[in-house]
Design a binder for this molecule. Sequence first.
Ligand code: HEC
Ligand code: HEC
Length: 265
Amino acid sequence: MHYFYFMPFLLVYSAVYCSAASPSLSWENDHLKKKVGHAVKSVRFIFPFSNKTSKTVSIESIEASCGCTQAKPPVLPWLIEAGTQQELEVFVNVQGKTGIFTKSLTVVSSLGKNELTTTVEIDNPVLREMSPAERERNLFQSKKNRQAIFTGECGTCHAEPTRNKYGPSLYEAACGICHEARHRASMVPDLKGKIKSESAAYWRQWITHGKEGGIMPAFAASEKGPLSGSQISTLVHFLAKPEPETKKRKGVIRSFGTPRSGIKK
Ligand code: HEC
Ligand code: HEC
């Protein structure tokens, strides 16, 4: 898998290196960067360039490093007359992506190859700091209806990030957002002394039902929360006090005991 990712890179590198000495299209900037919000699906880049040679240059093809990146030349081959300026439009699909997303394109012309790079920085809404006014509004909404945090705009930070997560990363997304927050409200208790020391039943109860009449929401899908039964099980396993070794071993021996005696008979 890695080998295939690397191949185009090698080709591009050697092509750029070999053509460095000869004249080529002149790009105003061969690495463009943009910052976008997390809900953005596609990012548009414009690469201005010019043909500073005395001959028409033909752009034959434009190859992207992934299917998520698409250049939109008006035609191919694209003839760039001597002394003229043009713009290449590029779209990068960032749907479902997080963090910093860098992609490259290779422009193949009659003068050789040029590599262009795009970098998209996708804002992480969950790490954004709330303003005091937002915090007040959120708290007010939760006091009215503690399940409100899983729907609408609230859900973009409190429900969507929990999707397809399990165990420790689920704890971070679902619980840490409130319980580990630096700026958390005083009513949000510190769980540090409880993690790995309370029982599985304790955690399952809190996660499934939350606190009626409080702020802590019910996370179970059966109570209109975002978490499936298997997600809750991995979370409970991560948070609960480990079962004593002897008890575990006994269980294993017992479960192996029955089929063995069955075979002997
Ligand atoms: C919206 C913020 C918020 C989120 C998200 C949240 N909690 Fe809570 N939690 C609270 C608040 C507030 C309380 C205190 C009780 C109340 O007022 O509802 C609480 C109480 C608790 C308690 C009781 C602790 C004690 O000392 O009494 C446990 C355990 C707990 N939460 C676990 C979790 C777990 C596990 C998750 C993730 C599945 C989670 N919480 C997600 C806000 C939150
Ligand atoms: C942009 C992401 C984001 C959105 C949207 C969001 N929250 Fe939160 N929420 C957080 C973070 C982060 C915290 C941790 C406390 C902090 O940093 O202010 C938090 C904490 C909370 C708390 C615990 C109380 C506190 O202030 O510590 C409640 C209750 C809450 N949010 C409810 C809501 C509700 C209701 C909505 C929708 C009206 C909502 N949140 C929308 C990110 C978000």
